[in-house]
Design a protein around this ligand. Structure first.
Ligand code: GLC
Length: 724
C-alpha cells in the first residue's frame, strides 16, 4: 500500500516512475504527523526559488541571499526498541537512530562521525518500531531541496523530518515486512542500473597515474603475478589541463590505439569526467556551452564562475534538458576512442571557491601587505581561505534554467549530480543502444539509480571505514543503488598490507570492486606489498564467485530486491539478529562477516540459524564446518575469508580466471549446506546486451539428498559438489 501526498508545487525530480494518484484528502496519517507547515513555503512562485520577474537589481540580490526557511516539519514518536533503516549513502550504522542526517549533496573529504551528509541525497527510510498505531512503515520524501532527518538526535524518542522551503511529495509505504516495504518502494522508482559483466572484475585506480606507461606497468604487474584485473581507471591526469573530453596527447599518444592495446589484454580503461568545464578560449566544450547558453548563470545573468581542478570553470546546466543532451553527447568523443566505462566526479557540484570571493581575499591581501601581514591578518586570511569551499551563499547565487524559468541552485542542488549522470546514461542509450556502458557517479539522488551506480567517495585508510563500507551497502540497496563499492584500501591516508587484504576480503563481494587512492598517499597496488600470493588468491576468489555474485546482482536488479541485507531483514523475529550490524547476507545463500580490526585473528559472529562455515584461502583451498545457531568466536587468519552458507542453499563457483571474460560460467563447483535438498536459480547472460530479463536466463541447479546434481534451463552447466 502506497499513499502519495503532494505539498505545494514540487519541482519534478523524476525519481518515481510509477503513476500513483495523489491523495486528495488532508494529510492525516497514523504513521507520522505534520506539525508545521507554512503557506508561503508551499506557494508555487517566489517562495519556491523561482526568480520572480520584474525585480530590480537590489531586489534580485536580496532574493539571492535569502535563506530558505522550512516548508514543513513531520514527526513521529519512536518506541524504545524502534529502529530506523535507509537514508542510503551516509555515515554511522545500519540502524540510523541516534543521529541527525541532512540530504545535502556535499564534497566531504573526511567521513568522520560528526558529518551529517555525504555525496548523495537519499530520502527513503523505514521506521521499524514507531510508538504510533502503525509500528512499521516506509517513507520517501521526494524533495529537491535540503531535508533534515533528526533520527532521535534532539530527542531520542522522536523522529523529526524538516523539509526545506519549496514543494515536495511524500510517499507513505506499508508492507508486511522490512524487505516487503523495500520491494514496494523499488517497484515505483524503476529498475536499477545494470553494468556490463566485465565491470564486476577487479579494477585498479590511483590518482597519480600520469601516462600510458604508468598504466602498462599496472597491467604488467597483475598479469605477471597472475592477479586478475579487468580495468584500470584514468583519473584527472589523462586529460589535457583537466578539460573534460580531452586526452593529453603527450602522455597518451594515439589514445585509440592504446585503448585497443589494453582491450587486447582484456583491460578496460575507465576515464573520469568532472562536472566543471574549464574556461579556455578555443576549447570547444567551453565555447559551445557559452554560445548556446548551456552553463549555469549567476544573479546578473552571466555564466557562473567557480573553481575546481581545472581552475576557473562553468557548470553545465544539468537541470536544462537541452544542456543535458548536449553534455551527454560529448561522451561520444571517448566512446569513439573505444572507451566503454566512465566515472562522473565532482558533481555535487564541488565548489573549491566562487571567483567573487577569491577576488575579495586577493583584495584583503593587498590591503594587509603594507602591514607585512601581521599575525591577526594571517589568521584572518587563513580562516577566509578555509571557508572558501562550498559556501551556501555562493550556491545560492547559481541559477538554472528549468523550462525557461530561472531557479535558484539551492532548490535543486541535490539533483545536480543525478542529472549529470542521467545526461551520460541517456546519451549511452542513444549512442550505444545494444551494449551496456559502465557508469557510476559520486553525487546522486534517488532516480539516478536507473542511469548509473555510485562509489562511496573519498574515504580514508582507516579500519573504521571498512565497517562503514559494509554498513552503507544495505542502506544503498534499499534506495535502488546496487552497483556500488568503496575505494578499497582507503582513498586518503596511508594504508597497510593487512588493511588492504582485510578490505579486499569485503570488497570481493561488492559489485564495484576497485582499489583507489589519493595522490601523495602510500601506493597500494597489490605489488607494493610482500604477500603477493594472498592477494592473488583473494582476488581470484572474487572471480571464482562470479557465477553467484553476478546472478545475485542481476536477480536483485531485475526483481527490485536488495543484494545485501542486514540480518534484521532476513530474521525479523530474532531480536539478536537486529543487533548485528557487521554481518550481511549477500544474496540468498551466504552471510559474510569480514574482519575489520587490525591484528584480529578472528571475530565474533552471530548465527541466527545453523550454517556451514567455509573458511576460504582461495577458490581451491578451504576448510568447512557446520556451526549451530548462536554466538561463536570464529578464527580468520589474514588470508582467510569467512563464508557462511544457509541450510539447503547453494553457491555456484567457477575456476578463477585473470579477467571476467575468461571465467567459464558453465563449469561449476557448488558450495553447499545440504540437509534435504537445495535448489539455486542461477542467472546468466552474455554480460553486455541491453534488454535484460529474468525470463530465458535462469537455470535451475538442484542438489538432491543423495548428492546428485540436476540442471534445468538454458545454460548448459556441468556442476559438481565441492568436496569439502
Ligand atoms: C575527487 C574524487 C577522487 C579523485 C580526485 C581527483 O576527490 O573523489 O576519487 O581521485 O577527485 O580526481
Amino acid at each position: 500500500m502506497i499513499r502519495k501526498y503532494v505539498f505545494g508545487d514540487p519541482i519534478e525530480t523524476d525519481a518515481v516512475t510509477a503513476r500513483i494518484p495523489a491523495e486528495t484528502k488532508e494529510f492525516t496519517e497514523d504513521h507520522i504527523r505534520l506539525v508545521k507547515d507554512t503557506e508561503k513555503a508551499f506557494a508555487p512562485a517566489g517562495g519556491m526559488g523561482w526568480i520572480p520577474e520584474g525585480l530590480d537589481a537590489a531586489a534580485v540580490a536580496a532574493f539571492a541571499q535569502r535563506e530558505a526557511s522550512p516548508a514543513a516539519v513531520f514527526t513521529c514518536e519512536l518506541a524504545d526498541d524502534g529502529r530506523i533503516y535507509g537514508l542510503g549513502e551516509n555515515i554511522r550504522g545500519i540502524n540510523k537512530r541516534g543521529w541527525i542526517y541532512e540530504s545535502n549533496c556535499s564534497d566531504v573529504p573526511n567521513h568522520t562521525e560528526e558529518k551529517r551528509s555525504l555525496y548523495g541525497a537519499h530520502n527513503f527510510l523505514i521506521v521499524d518500531g514507531a510508538a504510533t498505531p502503525a509500528r512499521r512503515f516506509g517513507l520517501f520524501l521526494d524533495a529537491s531541496q535540503k531535508v533534515t532527518f533528526d533520527c532521535g538526535y534532539t530527542d531520542r524518542r522522536r523522529l523529526t523530518i524538516t523539509v526545506g522551503e519549496g514543494g515536495f511529495t511524500l510517499y507513505i509505504l506499508e508492507g508486511d515486512s522490512l524487505s516487503g516495504i523495500v520491494r514496494e518502494f523499488r517497484s515505483i522508482i524503476g529498475r536499477s542500473y545494470i553494468p556490463p559483466k566485465w565491470a564486476f572484475g577487479y579494477g585498479q585506480s590511483r590518482w597519480g597515474y600520469k601516462c600510458a606507461d604508468d598504466v602498462r606497468e599496472v597491467v604488467r604487474e597483475h598479469r605477471e603475478n597472475g592477479v586478475p584485473l579487468d580495468s584500470v581507471y584514468l583519473d584527472i591526469d589523462y586529460m589535457e589541463r583537466y578539460k573534460d573530453f580531452t586526452v593529453n596527447e603527450e602522455r597518451f599518444p594515439d589514445f585509440p590505439a592504446f585503448v585497443k592495446e589494453m582491450k587486447e589484454q582484456h583491460i578496460h580503461l575507465v576515464p573520469i569526467i568532472d562536472a566543471g568545464v574549464k574556461i579556455e578560449d578555443g576549447y570547444p566544450v567551453y565555447e559551445e556551452g557559452v554560445k548556446n547558453g548551456y552553463f549555469c548563470k549567476n544573479e546578473d545573468g552571466d555564466n557562473f564562475v567557480g573553481g575546481v581542478w581545472p581552475g576557473r570553470v562553468h557548470f553545465p546546466d544539468m537541470l536544462n534538458p537541452e544542456a543535458r543532451k548536449w553534455f551527454g553527447g560529448w561522451y561520444k568523443v571517448l566512446l569513439d576512442a573505444g572507451i566503454d566505462g566512465f566515472w562522473n566526479d565532482m558533481n555535487e557540484p564541488a565548489l573549491f571557491y566562487a571567483e567573487k570571493h577569491l577576488e575579495e581575499i586577493a583584495g584583503e591581501i593587498r590591503k594587509f601587505e603594507k602591514d607585512k601581514l601581521n599575525i591577526g591578518q594571517v589568521l584572518t586570511l587563513q580562516a577566509q581561505f578555509m571557508n572558501l569551499a562550498a559556501r551556501p551563499e555562493d550556491y545560492r547565487t547559481i541559477r538554472h534554467n528549468c523550462g525557461g524559468k530561472m531557479i535558484r541552485h539551492d532548490y535543486v542542488h541535490n539533483l545536480y549530480g543525478y542529472n549529470m549522470t542521467r545526461a551520460a546514461g541517456e546519451a549511452f542509450a542513444r549512442l550505444s543502444p545494444e551494449k551496456r556502458i559502465l557508469l557510476f557517479s559520486r553525487a546522486s539522488y534517488i532516480g539516478m539509480h536507473r542511469y548509473g551506480g555510485i562509489w562511496m567517495g573519498d574515504n580514508q585508510s582507516w579500519w573504521s571505514h571498512i565497517l562503514m563500507n559494509l554498513q552503507m551497502l544495505p542502506s544503498l540497496n534499499m534506495c535502488g543503488f546496487l552497483y556500488t563499492g568503496a575505494d578499497l584500501g582507503g582513498f586518503g591516508s596511508d594504508t597497510t598490507e593487512d588493511m588492504m587484504l582485510r578490505w579486499l576480503e569485503l570488497g570481493i563481494f561488492t559489485p564495484l570492486m576497485r582499489n583507489h587512492s589519493a595522490i601523495g598517499t602510500r601506493r597500494q597496488e597489490f605489488y607494493q606489498f610482500g604477500d603477493k600470493e594472498s592477494f592473488r588468491r583473494i582476488i581470484g576468489l572474487r572471480y571464482a564467485l562470479l557465477p553467484y555474485l553476478y546472478s545475485e546482482f542481476m536477480k536483485a536488479a531485475l526483481g527490485g530486491d536488495m543484494m545485501f541485507m542486514p540480518p534484521a531483514f532476513v530474521w525479523p523475529e530474532d531480536e539478536m539478529a537486529a543487533q548485528v550490524e557487521d554481518q550481511l547476507m549477500v544474496g540468498e545463500s551466504i552471510m559474510i562477516a569480514p574482519v575489520y580490526r587490525q591484528n584480529a585473528e578472528g571475530r565474533y559472529v552471530y548465527l541466527p540459524e545453523t550454517m556451514k562455515l567455509y573458511r576460504m584461502r582461495g577458490a581451491d583451498d578451504m576448510d568447512a564446518e557446520i556451526l549451530p545457531a548462536g554466538h561463536h568466536y570464529v578464527r580468520a587468519a589474514l588470508n582467510e575469508v569467512l563464508i557462511f552458507v544457509r541450510a539447503d542453499h547453494l553457491v555456484p563457483m567457477a575456476a578463477p580466471a585473470e579477467y571476467v571474460d575468461g571465467v567459464d560460467m558453465t563449469k561449476l563447483t557448488l558450495l553447499h549446506f545440504l540437509k534435504k535438498e537445495a535448489v539455486y536459480e542461477m542467472y546468466d547472460d552474455d554480460g553486455e546486451s541491453r534488454g535484460e530479463t529474468l525470463e530465458g536466463h535462469l537455470t535451475e541447479i538442484r542438489l538432491t539428498g543423495d548428492g546428485a546434481v540436476r540442471v534445468n534451463g538454458p545454460a548448459l552447466l556441468s556442476c559438481e559438489m565441492m568436496s569439502v
